[in-house]
Design a protein around this ligand. Structure first.
Ligand SMILES: *[C@@H]1O[C@H](CO)[C@@H](O)[C@H](O)[C@H]1NC(C)=O
Ligand SMILES: *[C@@H]1O[C@H](CO)[C@@H](O)[C@H](O)[C@H]1NC(C)=O
Ligand SMILES: *[C@@H]1O[C@H](CO)[C@@H](O)[C@H](O)[C@H]1NC(C)=O
Ligand SMILES: *[C@@H]1O[C@H](CO)[C@@H](O)[C@H](O)[C@H]1NC(C)=O
Ligand SMILES: *[C@@H]1O[C@H](CO)[C@@H](O)[C@H](O)[C@H]1NC(C)=O
Ligand SMILES: *[C@@H]1O[C@H](CO)[C@@H](O)[C@H](O)[C@H]1NC(C)=O
Ligand SMILES: *[C@@H]1O[C@H](CO)[C@@H](O)[C@H](O)[C@H]1NC(C)=O
Length: 326
């Protein structure tokens, strides 16, 4: 009986949970990547370059320095700086640089003796500076930008163009959000001009690129209608996410209401069943106790609903006595 009860509860609950991601995914919408967000992202790069360079006080070559004291309107963003000789970078690469693995064979289009690689993790501000229409970020935007490292007090530097000739730069994202059911995660790379290019994710969290820039993992945010096998047949076209907010809301409430109502009913039913079982047991116990108190010497046998004493041992059978005539 308990098994049956839990089975029924599961049958009621499973379709309810399955339909939840679909409901949640409808609220995601990104603003189009306008030219003003591009300007803001460029300004942010310039600002973060300054904070990164400030962390380089008497820097050792090949050591990662974290920028601290970012202003409060940039909280949640992480910045680091790494100063290298161009020749060393070309011969050996550098890995790991936080999430980045930089291969050997990097060639700058402009010659500089030393360069600084600035690392950015835009954290919860990723979609503000790098919005993608119809896509949702599953990982923060990470930036890797190269600058001339000859003057560490310089600002307003322009990024160096770099090409990886020996193999791609790898980005191994640390915390990638779960890919929604049925969706495919994509790597996105924003080049120094801000144009984006998509590629496949490898190993669940790795993106690759032959040039520096900004990277993230994204997924198409248009949610496919959640398939609910237990639902009644659909009427007309499946509702799209747009313009039917109120109708959708009503539907959600109806679902929630019926699930809660069903649950309450189930709990009441199982309580009733439990109580009935207990009552039966109690009655049986009472009967047995009564029987014990009477101390009946004879075993009781039930015949239908009534009980009657029953003898178990048969008496000695009468036998004829044979008389022997002498
Ligand atoms: C710099 O920040 C990274 C996280 O971005 C952290 O893992 C590392 O320990 C920090 N390094 C220092 C020296 O604080
Ligand atoms: C942060 O605030 C400072 C003033 O405190 C301002 O100059 C700067 O532009 C702001 N940066 C961003 C990214 O909003
Ligand atoms: C980002 O997170 C930081 C804390 O890590 C918080 O102070 C800040 O307000 C958040 N910013 C946004 C835009 O959510
Ligand atoms: C975003 O999706 C809508 C509807 O699905 C479509 O009309 C629009 O063209 C898409 N925008 C981009 C930039 O792909
Ligand atoms: C480095 O840059 C700062 C700021 O632009 C400038 O004032 C300084 O003269 C520069 N130093 C050298 C050695 O070029
Ligand atoms: C930054 O440099 C560009 C040229 O590379 C120049 O046009 C611009 O005025 C400079 N901005 C500042 C604030 O120095
Ligand atoms: C985007 O990436 C693909 C493959 O990585 C490449 O063939 C294509 O040229 C790239 N497009 C741009 C605009 O960089």
């Amino acid at each position: 009986m308990e098994l049956l009860t839990s089975l029924v509860i599961m049958l009621v609950l499973v379709p309810c949970f399955e339909s939840l991601p679909g409901v949640r995914a409808q609220s995601t919408a990104t603003s189009p990547g306008s030219s003003s967000t591009r300007e803001e992202a460029k300004a942010l790069d310039a600002l973060l370059q300054q904070y990164a360079y400030r962390a380089l006080v008497n820097p050792k070559t090949g050591t990662i320095y974290n920028a601290t004291h970012l202003p409060s309107n940039l909280s949640g963003i992480e910045v680091a700086a790494l100063r290298l000789r161009s020749g060393s970078l070309r011969r050996k690469g550098f890995h790991p640089y936080n999430e980045f693995e930089i291969p050997k064979g990097l060639i700058g289009r402009q010659y500089v003796e030393r360069l600084v690689l600035v690392y950015q993790n835009l954290g919860n501000r990723s979609s503000r500076y790098y919005p993608l229409t119809n896509y949702t970020h599953l990982a923060p935007v990470l930036g890797l930008l190269a600058y001339d490292g000859s003057n560490l007090s310089a600002s307003n530097l322009s990024e160096l163009d770099i090409d990886a000739s020996d193999g791609p730069i790898l980005v191994k994202f640390r915390a990638v959000k779960l890919v929604p059911h049925g969706a495919v995660a994509k790597c996105v790379w924003f080049d120094l001009q801000g144009s984006s290019n998509f590629s496949d994710v490898t190993g669940g969290n790795t993106c690759s690129s032959f040039q520096p820039g900004h990277f993230s993992i994204v997924v198409k945010s248009t949610a496919p209608p959640a398939p609910t096998p237990a639902s009644p047949p659909k009427r007309g076209p499946s509702p799209s996410a747009q313009g039917k907010g109120e109708k959708e809301n009503k539907k959600v409430w109806i679902i929630v209401g019926s699930v809660v109502g069903g649950l309450v009913l189930l709990v009441l039913l199982s309580l009733l069943v439990l109580w009935m079982r207990k009552y039966k047991q109690k009655k049986k116990m009472q009967q047995m106790e009564r029987a014990a108190e009477l101390g009946e010497p004879l075993q009781m046998a039930s015949i239908g609903d009534t009980k009657a004493p029953a003898a178990t041992v048969t008496r000695t059978q009468p036998t004829l006595e044979h008389e022997y005539a002498p």
